[in-house]
Design a protein around this ligand. Sequence first.
Ligand SMILES: [Zn+2]
Ligand SMILES: [Zn+2]
Length: 331
Amino acid sequence: MPGRAEAGGAETVPVTTGRRAAYLVVLIVLPVLLPALAIPAAWGWGVGPRDLVIAVVMYLVSIFGIAIGYHRLFTHRSFKANRPLRLALMLAGGMAVEGSVTLWAAEHRRHHKYADREGDPHSPWRYGDSGLALLRGMLHAHIGWFYTARRRSSRAHWVPDLLADPDVRRFDAAYPLVVLLSFALPAAVGGLWSMSWAGAWSAFVWGGLVRYAVVHHVTWSVNSIAHTFGERPFRTRDRSSNVRWVAMLTLGEGWHNWHHVEPACARHGVLKGQLDPSARLIRWFERAGWAHDVRWPRSGRLAGRLAARTTDPARGRVADQIADRGAGPPS
Ligand SMILES: [Zn+2]
Ligand SMILES: [Zn+2]
């Protein structure tokens, strides 16, 4: 059972050498190597429409699974979901091959507690804030920390609520099978669609391998890019920021500044024009009766946390945007 060796209340536990080696392969080497190999392949032979459709669908499932499932539901409890939806979101998040939900949530809760300070597992500001030090920090925040960290977040300390959930424990135990499914599913669909082994193979490559690598870089760009560049309309103790292209690729997660003000809020894109597809989908789940107790933003809270730069004309505009549509679910 996960967590048995993690008793004692310490925030972190040592990472074994074997586990670090596995992290190095799955979380660093393959996600860097696979797109590098895929680019000449795409250039030479192209990507057929069948593989493209399979890859895009697998991408959407993985990213929504991480954004809505692993992140907003299981890590931050932004809403409650009925059992079928919880299981589906857990499975979809597992498709991203970013670890079991308890491991993911434990690291992420520690990130929020110590964001950009001593104790944050992945702050880009770790080595300093200029030139090469920042570049090194961004690499660390993006994927480097997976290997360099000698200790990881203790699940017993950070996610006792998840460990107490029998469904989560079963999912953790079955996680290797979920990883297998993440690659077998696109291959099976490609094979059946084309009725050929070649079709299964190319769907495995594009919808399985390349998709998983791309999903990783997209997810981790929230940790590296959206803590370094971009706008910070709200006051936070950290350097979380909003980056539009990251938000679009992550289906809403790149509106990271407000998220650090109120981590349990189900909606991250709260200002005008900040499209948040994950929040919209949660709204649809709520309307369907599958999700309830959704924590939508409150306008007073939004206005109260605006960056206090009174001479900044942008502040007035941001206030207008909140009055316009920031509070509540996406309109
Ligand atoms: Zn963050
Ligand atoms: Zn978060």
